[in-house]
Write a protein of this length. Structure first.
Length: 359
């Protein structure tokens, strides 16, 4: 059979990528819980195998790790509920602090520009009216998001149970797609995928713990109000590569502004976050996860934004492990190997534009 021209092959591959993106976008509410459950079921595999080796019944060996995960998620929800109650109790002081900062901002704008206080008030009133007009849509969208979140949380444990129950059936299904002589390569891909997903997701759980302890503990020592809340929010948002850290800084500043009329705490919060993030990026996280997820920064950032656009927050969270799995598959396929090179961080010093003779 005559091989297709490279331009035709690359065009077909691009069409396939676009079609895959369209499928994920349209069916994200169905696909994302399945993907999340798949990744989490791989993380729970060691505990499942351990319990099975101890002759624990299969159903119980699956349910126990899922219940432990449910307790952890319930604890996080309880923590946020308690913190929201504290914020609600401090609302009069928060309102006073916000008014103080807004007055200072208005005075600074008056001193630097021709934008008078009356014009600022008019602008704020116009924006408030726009928010009120769109309030119904915002509340409706929030209600829909909360409903989708509860459905997501409810479906994931069910899917995890089914993945672990029918893992042998799924493996048989995968092997049937390939010829017998290719089974060795398929096993290698699956084992490497399991190692990467486990190291990445377990590393994230460890990362949440030490960032919360480091950031929250230091801010608590510095007498910053809502220190633990800032630590937990930043640790959770930091799970979203690159984008989460920026949002975490912003929320940390906002929480500090609403709890103090001074500017020093803001610089303390930003400074501590910068130190903790430096330790995380350069010392702690590389030692925990290692260099198993070999994705270049450009592919990682682009993957996060594309996944977020197609599937929301859950897509942003799963972006890196999905890209890592794709890279493993691409590297093992002669047809898709160029895409694996594009996603990787194996940057060479020598430019392909230069031949050895010309150097």
């Amino acid at each position: 059979m005559k091989e297709l021209p490279i331009t035709v092959r690359r065009s077909i591959e691009l069409i396939g990528i676009c079609l895959l993106g369209a499928i994920i976008s349209i069916g994200s509410e169905i696909i994302m819980p399945v993907l999340m459950a798949f990744f989490l079921s791989i993380v729970l595999l060691p505990s499942y195998r351990f319990l099975r080796n101890k002759r624990v019944p299969e159903a119980l060996a699956i349910l126990l790790p899922i219940l432990l995960g449910a307790v952890f998620i319930g604890s996080v929800i309880w923590f946020f509920s308690a913190q929201i109650s504290i914020l609600a109790a401090d609302f009069p002081q928060i309102q006073k602090n916000i008014s103080f900062h807004l007055n200072n901002l208005s005075f600074w704008i008056n001193s630097k520009t021709d934008f008078s206080t009356q014009e600022q008030i008019k602008f704020l009133n116009e924006q408030s009216n726009k928010l009120l007009v769109n309030a119904g849509n915002i509340i409706g969208g929030a209600a829909g998001s909360i409903t989708s979140a509860f459905i997501f949380i409810g479906l994931v444990p069910i899917y995890i149970y089914l993945f672990l129950s029918y893992k042998n059936l799924l493996l048989r299904f995968i092997f049937m797609w390939f010829r017998t002589q290719q089974h060795k390569k398929v096993k290698e891909v699956m084992k490497e995928t399991e190692v990467i997903i486990k190291s990445y997701l377990v590393g994230l759980l460890i990362q949440i713990a030490y960032i919360t302890i480091l950031l929250g503990g230091i801010l608590l020592v510095l007498d910053i109000k809502h220190a633990i809340l800032i630590g937990v929010i930043f640790a959770l948002l930091n799970l979203i590569p690159y984008v989460g850290a920026l949002i975490g800084n912003l929320i940390g500043v906002l929480l500090t502004l609403t709890s103090s009329q001074e500017l020093l705490p803001i610089f303390l919060v930003l400074g501590v976050i910068a130190i903790v993030q430096f330790l995380d990026n350069n010392i702690l996280m590389p030692r925990i996860v290692g260099s198993k997820v070999k994705i270049n920064a450009f592919a990682a950032i682009l993957g996060v934004f594309i996944a977020g656009t197609l599937a929301g927050v859950s897509g942003m969270f799963l972006a890196l492990p999905m890209v890592a799995v794709l890279k493993i598959i691409f590297d093992r396929s002669s047809m898709f190997k160029p895409w694996g090179i594009l996603l990787g961080d194996e940057n060479t010093i020598r430019s392909p534009m230069k031949s050895r003779n010309s150097e």
